[in-house]
Write a protein that binds this ligand. Sequence first.
Ligand code: C2E
Ligand code: MG
Ligand code: MG
Ligand code: MG
Length: 281
Amino acid sequence: RAKSAGRNQIAFFEGDMQIEVEQRLTLERDLAKALEQHELQMVMQAQVNNLGEAVGAELLMRWHSKERGMVSPALFIPLAEESGLIVKMGDWVLLEACAILKRLRREGHQFPLSINVSPKQFRQKDFVDKVIAALETQGVGGENLIFEVTEGLFIDNLQETISRMSKLAGLGIRFSIDDFGTGYSSLNYLKRLPLYELKIDKSFVQDVPGDANGTAIVGSILSMAKQFGLKVVAEGVETEEQASYLITNNCDSMQGFLYSRPTAPDIWMANHAQEKKQLQA
Ligand code: C2E
Ligand code: MG
Ligand code: MG
Ligand code: MG
C-alpha cells in the first residue's frame, strides 16, 4: 500500500510541475506580447537627500496586463531573465530612460536617473553601442544615467566586465551596486571596479534601528563606502526611525515609501511643478 501511495504522490507531483511549466510558458508568451503592445511602463521613485530634496530617481518597470491585471516585477523579471526577453526589455528601458530624462530636463529637474541593468543585457556584445545610440536619440549625455547592477555580474569574466564598465564610464555613465550585501560578497572586487555607489538592500534597512545585527550591517556598509569613496543609497526606507538613523550616519540618499511611491513620471512632474516654480521665484 505504501508503494502505491508513493507512486500516486509522484504522479501528483509531476502533474503539478506540468501545470507550472504551462503557466510559465503562457506568462512568457504574454510578456513578449506585452512588450510589443505597449503594456509595459516605467515608473519613477525619487531618491532624496537629508533635506528631503530629490537628488536622483530610479526607474522601475510595471506590467499592466489587460488579461492578468498588475503583474509583479518580482514575478516577471526573473522569468524574462531566464527566457532572454530581458534583453529586448532592457533595450526599451534604455530608450524610455533617455526620453524621460529629456522631459525632466525640460521641466527643470537636474537629477540623474537610475535604471536596472540585468547581467544578460550587460553581456550582449552590442550593449555599449545600444547605450550610445539610445543617448543619441534624445541628445542626452551619459552623465545623466546611473546603471544599477547586482553582485552576480561580478561572478564570471570579471576582466571583461571591468573593461566594459570602463568604456561606459568613459561615456559618463555611473555604476551602482543594487541589493548590496545580499549576493556574491567578495569585497575584493570593490576596489577593482569603476563604481560610484552602493545601494543598501531593503532587507537590512528594514531592521534599523531596532535590530542590532541589521543595524550593524547598515553601519558597516556606510563606513566601508566612505573609505572606498562611494556614495550610498538606502532602499526600502519606510519609517522616520530608519530615516533618522540613516541621516545621522551620513547616508547620502534615501529611497522608499516614506518619501514616495514609484509614480508615473508625468504624474511625478505634475506634482513637483509647483515646488520648482517656488524655487525659481
Ligand atoms: P530593485 O531594483 O531592488 O528595486 C527596489 C524595489 O523595492 C522595487 O520593487 C520598489 O518598488 C521596492 N520599494 C521601493 N521602496 C520600498 C519601500 O519603502 N518598501 C518596500 N517594501 N519596497 C520598496 P519592484 O518595483 O517590485 O521591483 C522589483 C525588482 O525587479 C527590482 O528590485 C529590480 O531588481 C527588478 N526590476 C524592476 N524594474 C526593472 C527593469 O526595468 N529592469 C530590470 N532588469 N529589472 C527591473
Ligand atoms: Mg534597483
Ligand atoms: Mg535594490
Ligand atoms: Mg532589492
